[in-house]
Design a protein. Structure first.
Length: 362
């Protein structure tokens, strides 16, 4: 199985200049080929093949006065940039025809200078020697090895995010490792005020980095709005805002990875509700109704007070077990519970049946 390992790097000023040229060349090759493909589609002509695009926008473009500076960088990332464009179009066409699962994919779009930049090297464009990494026409990079690579990488992508941080992302082959079996089962109810409530009664609060830094973000937005777009002061203000967003993103990612890993290790079966919470919250009126709904309720028969989220988590877990037993007797059910995958001891319940306390008592 293939996996990605990402590490932070610290290029020198000279290497930053070389990387800026590399990112710019990859971006120009992508945008030139994309603009040509869009013109062909508008005129009703057939799109060129990947080999034809590489010949026209890399090999022949280097011989022109407007694109002769493409020779200053390695040819491998330029080829990979057009390979990515070809893959993006294939994914878009498959999505339009219904051959690709998931949400509809939009067509490829032009790359911007101030957005995330990347360039991919395949074997032959990089050299890994113990703790050193060397890229073609870039040289040796200072890299922080937070963990060791499990195998020799097949490709490496150098990344610069909007906060001007540099990373190396390796693609490696990893062996699947079986986790020890656990007798525990858990149902999870995703909430708004509380991030999640487990059927065991445990409530998990989200770090909410945006709420904590909302004043700082508003100040940076006001400061950025006063700057003239394209000036050096505008770029400095934009970088400060991007760094704040990067810290918030890292906080969310760290929280989600640690929580999901802990739940997977501790439980053999995990049952989740299939709700489009992000789509529900986009509606302002609906989002207010979700946030202000009643969190506790009292049973009219036994006069027991129940926590709404905790009861929902128990119902979700019960729905998973009930569907499994009904399916075993040949009965019809709207849910399905699968055995845990070989690598992770977790499952996902698609569209579980929501049962109330009255249904359970009957």
């Amino acid at each position: 199985m293939k996996a990605r390992y990402q590490y932070r790097i610290y290029p020198t000023l000279e290497q930053q200049t070389q990387l800026a040229k590399l990112f710019g060349c990859c971006r120009v090759v992508w945008n030139d080929a994309l603009a040509h493909c869009i013109e062909l589609y508008k005129s009703g002509e057939k799109k060129l093949s990947n080999s034809q695009l590489q010949k026209q926008f890399i090999t022949q473009a280097k011989k022109t006065a407007n694109r002769e500076w493409l020779k200053e960088v390695s040819n491998i990332p330029l080829q990979q940039s057009l390979n990515d464009l070809e893959q993006a179009y294939q994914n878009f066409f498959k999505s339009c025809k219904g051959k690709r699962k998931g949400q509809k994919i939009r067509p490829p779009k032009f790359k911007k200078r101030n957005a995330k930049q990347s360039a991919r090297f395949r074997i032959g464009g990089f050299k890994l020697d113990r703790d050193k990494i060397s890229l073609a026409k870039i040289g040796n990079l200072k890299i922080i090895w937070s963990r060791s690579l499990p195998s020799q990488p097949s490709s490496v992508t150098v990344i610069k995010d909007a906060a001007n941080r540099y990373f190396l992302s390796f693609v490696v082959e990893v062996n699947q490792q079986l986790l020890p079996e656990s007798p525990s089962r858990v149902g999870i109810d995703l909430g708004v005020k509380t991030f999640a409530v487990l059927s065991s009664g445990q409530k998990i609060d989200a770090p909410k980095p945006l709420k904590q830094k909302i004043k700082r973000l508003r100040k940076l937005n006001r400061n950025l709005s006063r700057k003239q777009q394209g000036s050096k002061r505008y770029e400095k203000a934009r970088a400060r805002k991007a760094k704040l967003y990067a810290r918030m993103k890292d906080t969310r990612k760290d929280f989600l990875h640690k929580l999901s890993t802990r739940i997977i290790i501790e439980n053999q079966v995990i049952v989740l509700e299939d709700l489009n919470v992000s789509g529900m919250v986009k509606n302002r009126k609906l989002s207010k109704a979700i946030s202000d709904s009643v969190r506790e309720w009292t049973c009219l028969n036994c006069e027991t007070t129940h926590d709404r989220d905790g009861n929902a988590a128990s119902n979700i877990l019960l729905a998973g077990g009930l569907s499994e037993s009904l399916n075993g007797r040949g009965g019809a059910c709207k849910t399905s519970v699968k055995e845990a995958a070989s690598k992770e001891a977790s499952t996902r319940l698609e569209k579980p049946v929501q049962l109330s306390i009255f249904d359970i008592l009957q």
